[in-house]
Design a protein around this ligand. Sequence first.
Ligand SMILES: NC(=O)c1ccc[n+]([C@@H]2O[C@H](COP(=O)([O-])OP(=O)(O)OC[C@H]3O[C@@H](n4cnc5c(N)ncnc54)[C@H](OP(=O)(O)O)[C@@H]3O)[C@@H](O)[C@H]2O)c1
Length: 392
Amino acid sequence: MNKMVVALTGATGLLGSNILFELLKRYEGSPGSLTIWVLGRAGKQLSLRERIRQLLANDGAHYLNMPDTAPLLECIRTVDCHLGQPNLGISEDSFRKMKKEPPHLFIHAAAALDFRDQAAVLDLLQKINVEGTQQALNLAEALGTPGFAMISTAYVCGIRSGVANPNFMPEDQLFRNPYERSKLDGERLVRRAEQEGRFRRVYFFRPTTICGRLIEHPVGYTPKFDVFYAWLAFFLRLKARQLGHMDYETPAKIDIRVALKPGSGLNIIPVDYAAKALVEISLQQPPSNAFHLASPYLTDNYEDLPALLKFINVHLPTFVEEMPPALNTLEYLYYHRSVGKIYDPYISKNVPDFSLDSLHQHLPTGFPKCPAVKGTVMTQLLKFAKKHDFGL
Ligand SMILES: NC(=O)c1ccc[n+]([C@@H]2O[C@H](COP(=O)([O-])OP(=O)(O)OC[C@H]3O[C@@H](n4cnc5c(N)ncnc54)[C@H](OP(=O)(O)O)[C@@H]3O)[C@@H](O)[C@H]2O)c1
């Protein structure tokens, strides 16, 4: 196996950690063939290296089915970095070390995932998702990295219906939130670098909504409970308020008319499938291209979302197609003050048909199939979330 050197941002996050494990899995049995530069932040109490050590010892041990992950640290070099700071806040000493073993591929997975529309959030998104991407590009170029992989989002195509190509760059589009726009702005910078020939290969990976694992162990695993988990947690919290305690079994009625677009749904992709597909394609080193990391299936608003509510024994009045004109107090809370404000645009609007042609062309025969997130599969995800009380 030829030696591979990869730089990875966002390795402490949901997708980035699975990319890290998948890279290690690919090179299992070929010690010395892989070096990973992990670019990230120290925690409040822990150094970046200690965070990575713990990540590998806990979650990584399951993914890799390896009781002792300590030897894996030998191929991992950690570098303190802060997106949004000049030169990513990387010390001259770290840069010199990286220059001695430069990456063949730079995977930029770190981002701020804040969907709120507030001045402070807008500043953060600009700093992390836009300026941070420019700094990642500058670093990769200064290191002479030939390949750059940008983790974007499928929703950069904006609110639209019909087929969306993963190379589609909207000009004048409505977005669900400023986060989506910031990811598009970040992607634009990478596309400009591609046009200027600053890299030999540039890949754009556009994931849809990411859920817990469904291929690797532990099934359902996710370190965070946002998107549809957070939507459900909102109703769980309201129910707990009603009953005076957290309770999954006792039925409760909550008087919120939730708007759901008929014939549409969420496109949900398991994090391990996304990581596997991304690593598979990146290591093939094909010519520059863009790929949706999306599911061929929709988690249907009317068929599948009610099962989520059933799982926590919450009963809502009938669903509606649009936010009702006159809102009761709970509805006001839902639509204007909490999860509805953030997730309503994802479930009350059409979802595009994310083209999977480029993805499927690059996945070899025998590559795992993307599980449909519905029915018993959805229940597996919810059972894991329940064990952790949806992060509440
Ligand atoms: N999750 C989804 O449903 C979804 C869907 C589509 C696209 N995406 C894209 O996929 C990528 C990964 O998302 P995710 O869900 O895995 O994110 P995540 O779990 O929130 O992790 C974000 C990562 O970025 C790092 N980061 C954030 N701000 C940073 C900063 N200022 N300096 C250095 N590192 C910083 C975090 O480090 P700390 O651990 O130190 O905070 C963490 O490692 C992102 O580009 C996101 O836009 C995600």
